[in-house]
Design a protein around this ligand. Sequence first.
Ligand code: CO
Length: 135
Amino acid sequence: MIKKMNHVAVVVDDLEAAKRFWVDTLGLVLAGEEHVASQAVDVAFLPVGDSKIELLQPTDAESGVARYLQKRGAGMHHICFEVDDIEAALAKLKTAEIQLINEQPVLGSDGRKFAFIHPKAANGVLVELYELTAE
Ligand code: CO
């Protein structure tokens, strides 16, 4: 079902300050930044080999990511795996009675599909699944 790791997302309260560690000190390369309106976050993409670190800074105090930051502080937010067929993956998880945040795939701005598995089902880890469009 899982092909590979796509990214690890880290929630931060100050993207510029976070970049001073991850980019300036650790030496990761900043490949891009974007505002993701649907999740109300600014994201910085830092590739590491085949996968990447995504730094997320919430831009709306009412968003899910902002509430996570208020409650738990900065830290690892989720890990994301690539799958070949997200509908099939979600169907398999539903059959196994795994608690999902997204019962159906959500369509991203770039055409990729994603869905989140509830952390209760994954040892406290929020897990995202990606089905990428043709690479
Ligand atoms: Co993600």
